[in-house]
Design a binder for this molecule. Structure first.
Ligand code: UDP
Length: 311
């Protein structure tokens, strides 16, 4: 009999790509989402499939799924800074209460659970690049605190369920990821730049653009998550693309790719915006034999084609 997997945040950007992967690997996939930031259009092509079903539910409330479950992937959460600023309480609840509910469900079902953590657990990092041993530099009461602390709590309670109850757990720390199905208006730098280029607006750089990020294409991330789920690693594993770039250089790449004649304008840097971010993926390389394959030029082109189509 095929294995059954619950994916929360199924209608979201990363969640929907995970649904695709597990449906195509012939798992029985149960998607769940409360659709506050997810979009059913991301998974509507899966509805005719026999091995896909969907529950419209908020996992911060008690989660019930009938029948057996072998795996749970917890990917439900607002994940872009403007989303978690607009929905700070929901963000805290899904990372804490939601995780608690899913850990409880995993226990009852004797399922293995993988939770989506984030490079934000490192905050505005003082260690560069960031490896899994680094404890981070997080402001709990700053605007990003609602996301960062929810995810830090999530890691702590996941580890506690492993040590106390012997639950099979996995923790992935996801760095900046991009690709088709990102929301054009989610406020993050890449959709913003593409939206601006496509609608004849100037590109907004926050601060002086010297802050860095490292962008991973979504198919690479999904492959890493797949390998981590079936590995034996209990401790957190970074997944991301170490190819680091300043936001200023990134804007130039988008301008070149889109051929826009718009200019760059500078706006104030949001509070606690990390100055630098680059994953150290030594551990993932060794444990999972994984590294990203899609170069930024290729990934950006695929993503640009997607945004052109949906505009
Ligand atoms: N940013 C920017 N212009 C925008 C949106 C974001 O310069 O229109 C900057 C933002 O201040 C941050 C970086 O781009 O330094 C990445 O921001 P994003 O919201 O994508 O995610 P983060 O990595 O900060 O969570």
């Amino acid at each position: 009999m095929s294995k059954r997997i619950l994916i929360t945040g199924a209608a979201g950007f990363i969640g929907s790509h995970l649904c695709d992967r597990f449906v195509s690997e012939e798992f029985q996939v149960v998607g769940m989402d409360n659709l506050i930031t997810g979009d059913l259009r991301n998974i509507e092509h899966l509805f005719p499939k026999k091995n896909f079903s969907f529950y419209h539910h908020d996992v911060s409330k008690f989660v019930h799924v009938p029948d057996q479950l072998d795996y749970i992937l917890h990917f439900a959460s607002p994940a872009s800074p403007i989303d978690y600023l607009k929905m700070p309480i929901q963000t805290l609840k899904v990372g804490s209460l939601g995780t608690h509910n899913l850990l409880g469900l995993a226990r009852v079902k004797k399922a293995r659970i993988l939770v989506a953590s984030t490079s934000e657990v490192y905050g505005d990092p003082l260690v560069h690049p960031q490896n899994e041993e680094y404890w981070g530099h997080v402001n709990p009461v700053g605007p990003r605190g609602v996301y960062d602390e929810a995810k830090r709590f999530q890691e702590a309670i996941t580890m506690a369920y492993h040590t106390y109850h012997g639950l099979e757990t996995r923790i992935v720390r996801i760095f900046n990821t991009y690709g088709p199905r990102m929301r054009l208006n989610d406020g993050r730098v890449l959709p913003n730049f593409f939206y601006q280029a496509l609608s004849g607006k100037d590109l907004t750089i926050y601060g002086d653009g010297s802050q860095t990020r490292s962008f991973c294409f979504v198919s690479d991330l999904v492959e890493g998550i797949y390998r981590l789920l079936f590995s034996n690693e209990i401790n957190p594993v970074n997944l991301g693309n170490p190819d680091e770039i300043t936001i200023r250089q990134f804007a130039d790449e988008i301008i070149k790719l889109t051929g826009t004649s718009q200019k760059i304008i500078f706006e104030p840097l949001p509070k606690d915006d990390p100055k630098q971010r680059q994953p150290d993926i030594t551990k993932a390389k060794k444990l999972l034999n994984w590294e990203p394959k899609i170069q930024r030029a290729e990934g950006l082109k695929i993503t640009y084609d997607y945004f052109k189509k949906i505009m």
